[in-house]
Every structure is written in structure tokens, then in C-alpha cells.
Design a protein around this ligand. Sequence first.
Ligand code: RIB
Length: 312
Amino acid sequence: MDHGHVAVVGSTNMDMITYVAGVPARGETVTGESFALGFGGKGANQAVMARRLGADVSMVNTLGDDVFGDTTMANFENEGIDTAWISRVPGPSGVAPIWVEPDGANRIIVVPGANALMTPEGAISALKGMAEYQVVVGQLEIPQEVTLAAFQQGRKDGAITILNPAPYQELLPDLVAASDWIVPNETEFAGLHPQGLLPESDAIILEVAHALGTNLLVTLGESGVAATLPNGTVLRIPAPTVDALDTTGAGDCFVGTFAAGLAAGLALEVALTLGITCASESVTNQGTQSSYPSPARAEEIMEQVLQSFSAP
Ligand code: RIB
């Protein structure tokens, strides 16, 4: 099977995760249960998951000249990700303090550091320098102008463009126009809806897809995903029932899997099923990238999903 090539133009962060019974109120100090330092950043997470599913992955990013930059670079190399398009600049790398409560829900603050110093020119020259790629993925933890330049270059190169509008901010109209798929979660979807409605029905989802003029893929947590189809309907894939321990990075796991699925030429329903299966498994483990299926487990999941679609 040819797994294809995914280019991720996006963020890297060092995640600083505290597991706590309840987050402190203003002016309050509380004692946490445990702490973990891990590799994160929406772009990096998506790149790692796509790679674990067998895709060739190139990461386009800017790291600081600190120890977090060094270890992030080493992490990408260990994962087998192409780092030729990662530059280093003086100053701090991105960091993300995260709090996770016992039901697995999280609160995240992102401090972009070097991510904010990425440039449109850098993204264009990286993509031009790559061998053929089928998919380019972006998020909103780097300047939107950089994602826009990357998607416009991706379009010229015949790639599918996938935008994860997270964390939500108003989108540049040209970026929407250059996106083949927009993949929000429920909160981000409300940001995209003119009246701030949640994706509570197919009609509401189709209304936003129609207004944006793109395909929309809404991640609905334990309710699975909803994807708009060219025939004007919505395809829903339910999520397996699991006990959530930590939901941090589950959306990124889904996006990375979906990108890998499209790069490998899988049918939409298969790529979505693969995505929801990997993301559901990730919430049963702690951490961000550390919670994702290993390459061996990802291969197993891929085989199971492919088999379920080929069974008579
Ligand atoms: O989506 C989870 C990610 O959001 C974390 O890895 C954190 O770094 C922030 O980017």
C-alpha cells in the first residue's frame, strides 16, 4: 500500500500537563495529582499521528534555540518525520500549560514563542522544495498568513488542503477559499456559525458548509464525526464507547489520521472511521502524542478498519 506524503505546516509546543481534581479559582492554590511534560502543538500532534499510520510526513515549523527546541527536533527524528523544513530562531519555543480534570476534560493556554515567527515565504519555499505531496494540513497556532500561503501553494501543487481552525479565530476569507476541508470541533464550529449555534443538526452543519463553500468535518467528541458530502447530505460516523482519561490532543489525532487516510487514497468513510477509532483510543491514555496508538497498533487498527469495509 502506498501511504502517500503529508505536509504539515503548523505549530510545535512543549506540553506541561497537570492532572488535578479541580482547577483553582482566581486567587486560589490547589494541589495537583501528577504532572507530565510531553511533546505537543496541534501541528506536531497531527504530523506524528499521520506518520504512525505510515504516511511520509514533512513538518514545516520554526523552533526556538532552547532545550525544548532541541528535544522537539529529536522527537520528530525518532518518529521518522522529515525535519528538513524546520528552522531555528533565537528565543523560546512554543509551550502549552495544560490542566486535565478527572473526567478527562482539559484547559489549555498556548504561548506561541517561535511558532509566531513562521513566515509565508518560508512555508512556500518548503513546499516547493518537497517531493510530491498529496495533502497539506494547517491549524491556527501559527500566523494565518503562513497557512494561507501554504494552502495556495498546496493547491498549485495539486494537494488536498485540510484546515483545523484551532484555537478558533476569525478566518481570512482567502484561507477559507483555499481550504478543501475545514475540521472544527463543536466550539470552533460555533465560531464559524453566524449566530454562534452549535452543530446540533445536519441542517445547521450544512448551513455553515454552504456559507463557507467548503467541505466540513465536525468532530463531536463522544458522538463521533459529521462530514458534509457533495450531494448535500451529512455522513455521521459514531465513536466507539470508551472511558475517557485525558482528551488532550484527541482532535489532532483525528486530523492527523484523516490526513494520512486521504494521502493513502482511502475512501472518505474509511478515512473517517480510521480517524474516529484512533482518536477514541487516544482518550483512554494520558498525555498528547504519548496517548496516540503506536505505529504497530496504528497498523493493526488500519487493517481492522480496512477489513470491516471489505467484508461482504
Ligand atoms: O490540541 C492539543 C494541543 O493544543 C496541545 O498539544 C497543546 O500544545 C496545544 O497546541
